[in-house]
Write a protein that binds this ligand. Structure first.
Ligand code: CUA
Length: 375
């Protein structure tokens, strides 16, 4: 079942409005960034399509009920107006036909809605056998995306990305969601529904899209000071490009620092800097192919190929401009950020760390940003 193009177009136009108001009510901010609209009316997602088909039927029934009740009300008010009836109308007790209707009609309505809901749940809830599995962990205030089916070549562990979820188009992606600390919720409205991320619990559900692009996601349960800054991106790539990304991520080994500045950044990352009371970044962050294996903070393996910083707060040029102040004292930029401040590092050291981090790139064939339009 597919909506025809014109209906599709009209509905796509209308639905973002409701998504914007819902988003605003949830504290999401309706419009994510320039040109990016959070929309439950994005019908490139089969989840959104199925929910909409069910909603149409329910909305039509609600309109019919509204018309029926309004008609009965105005008919009665008009028919028994006082100026037409000086005497009391006929009094009677009981009306079997009316009472049967009053019970029967709601039972039929509720039954239809139940069948529609059960039918839709039966379509969207089961995880298809060929789904791509991704484990999602929410933490204050960032996201880890782990690909359990994609083992690293020549090593232990699997592909992990921080704050940017890369998925293929045209395939169901089974998200198994949990949390490290408090309750969060995963929601990328253009791609499907939302699920709570609860510590100690694992819940699986599906997202998908047919259209390549970069989509906005947000934490959608109040989880602390930077709940609103707990964002993420979903980068949906055509299958061939997705395969290129995953193969490159599996084979990835961080390039050796190529300049003296990057070399200094590398040594501060791995060993810290005692004279500036800076602990090694490596004790909390992982970089594939280096001794850095920390699991506390976001994976930094191909930070240079990403486009966001601080769990989706800054993108592109803005992001680059914020790397140094971020390392220096992230709490000043994002309340509740758990990374310690490195205020004694010199501007040169910070700049060298930035140079090293930006040098961590996947091969060009797998560079996922810049290859797809931002939605
Ligand atoms: Cu995490 Cu709100």
């Amino acid at each position: 079942m597919k909506l025809n193009t014109q209906t599709h177009h009209i509905v796509s136009r209308l639905l973002p409005l409701s998504a914007v108001s819902t988003g605003a009510a949830l504290g999401l901010g309706g419009v994510a960034s320039a040109g990016q609209l959070l929309s439950i009316g994005d019908f490139n997602s089969s989840y959104n399509r199925n929910i909409w088909y069910m909603s149409i039927a329910v909305i039509v029934m609600a309109i019919l009920i509204f018309i029926g009740v309004s008609y009965a009300l105005f008919y009665t008010v008009n028919k028994f107006r006082e100026d037409r009836h000086t005497a009391e109308p006929d009094q009677f007790h009981g009306n079997n036909r009316l009472e049967t209707l009053l019970i029967g009609v709601p039972v039929v309505i509720v039954t239809i809605i139940t069948i529609l809901a059960a039918h839709t749940m039966a379509i969207v809830n089961p995880t298809p056998k060929d789904a791509l599995h991704v484990n999602v962990t929410g933490a204050q205030f960032w996201w880890a995306f782990e690909y359990p089916e994609s083992k690293l070549s020549g090593g232990t562990g699997t592909v992990v990305n921080g704050n940017e979820l890369v998925i293929p188009t045209g395939r169901q992606v089974a998200i198994t969601v949990t949390a490290k600390d408090v309750i969060h919720a995963f929601w990328a409205p253009n791609l499907g529904g939302q699920r709570d991320a609860i510590p100690g619990s694992k819940k699986t559900f599906q997202i998908d899209t047919d259209r390549p692009g970069v989509y906005q996601g947000n934490c959608s349960v109040l989880c602390g000071a930077s709940h609103a800054n707990m964002r993420f991106k979903v980068v949906a790539l055509p299958p061939a490009q997705y395969d290129a990304f995953i193969s490159a991520a599996q084979a990835y080994k961080a390039p050796a620092p190529a300049t003296p500045n990057a070399q200094n950044g590398y040594s501060i990352f791995m060993q810290g800097k005692a004279s500036a009371a800076a602990a090694p970044c490596a004790s909390c962050h992982r970089i594939q192919g280096t001794p850095a294996a920390g699991q506390v903070g976001p994976d930094m393996s191909y930070f240079g190929s990403r486009n966001t910083l601080g769990a989706g707060i800054w993108e592109g040029k803005e992001r680059e401009a914020h790397i140094q102040p971020w390392i220096k004292n992230c709490k000043a930029l994002k309340p509740g950020c758990l990374m310690p401040a490195y205020e004694k590092l010199s501007d040169q050291d910070l700049s060298d760390l930035k140079a090293y981090l930006l040098s961590l790139k996947l091969p060009d064939a797998a560079a996922y940003w810049g290859k797809v339009p931002v939605r």
